[in-house]
Design a protein around this ligand. Sequence first.
Ligand code: NAD
Length: 355
Amino acid sequence: MKIVVIPGDGIGPEITTASKKVMQAVDSKFNLGLVLEDDIAGHDSLKLHGATVTDALLEKVKAADGLILGPMSTYDFKDESKGEINPSKFFRKSLDLYANIRPAKTYPGLASRVNDFDLIVVRENTEGFYADRNMEQGNGEILVTPDVAISLRRVTRQCCERIARAAFELAQGRKKHVSIVHKANVLKIADGMFIDICHQIGKEFPDVAIDDFIVDAMMAHVVRAPERFDVIVTTNMFGDILSDLTAELSGSLGLAASVNAGKSNAMAQAAHGSAPDIAGKNIANPFSLILSSGLLLDWYARRSDIPNYAKAAAAIDRAATEAILAKEATKDIGGTLGCKETGDAFASRILNSSY
Ligand code: NAD
């Protein structure tokens, strides 16, 4: 498997170095034959190439099987005509990475303010309220007058169908329960369609139970009783917000892993941002990107049917649970180690394990 690795901005280089170390460990332990190719995007690329991302980089990523994208300072990138393109948007749109899979769970030994839970947010990733990427040409945000702005939301049958199917397929291998999150009481047409399509796709999975929740009430439900949920399917913006909440409920935003999956490409990406407030201090939690890299291996395992990739993904998940219990982790999740030392300890744990 060929993977392009991009460090990103802020804490990106620190957590990407740790993740690469873990990928090298699983590669050697499970004979994966991984090829990790370094490249740049974001501020590094803007300085060197005059743009945060380039066509040459896209071609390289298309030719690879996967991408590990470090967090980007996307808020800094405001003017596309100056090469300031949001790399996250660029790859999601150019590679049609329509399913953003964001698992969150509690861990033994890590104090949590809520009951134990294990859920996955499945977020539509290519349209919705993301006006910078939901148009074929141009931008879905319009400044009508200096004091009037309009942001368009797009919801299509095709995107609803494929995200619903991704959610039901995941649920089949878990607790067989899909919860639809929407705002159909206000967005009656678009979210009404989203709910209807989810139910239609659900008929293909008769063993999977379905319920639905209005997004604002969902914020209360998921805090009050997160253990009720298994797979949650929702549109782009709602999923972005809800998954930061579920990550924080699991113990820290530093545990927020995700994979952006399409038909033939996938991108591992921490769900959080570049955390400039802690950049360069060796205190960032690398688990988010390490776990995301594990999800990428899992995606590849399903696609290629090579069992060792599934074993490597499971090993990363298990090592994270054990490391948290052993407090071999950063301070935000109860450990005492720096970012680099956490990555080193994680890699050693895998290499010395019997799994
Ligand atoms: P953020 O997610 O970077 O940080 C929010 C808080 O969580 C901060 O206190 C930060 O220190 C903490 N945090 C985040 N990751 C952590 C980790 N691994 N370990 C420990 N603590 C961690 O959000 P922000 O500060 O609002 O945004 C910073 C930049 O990131 C902005 O430019 C924003 O646009 C961008 N951003 C990018 C992405 C992405 O690339 N997908 C996502 C969200 C935000």
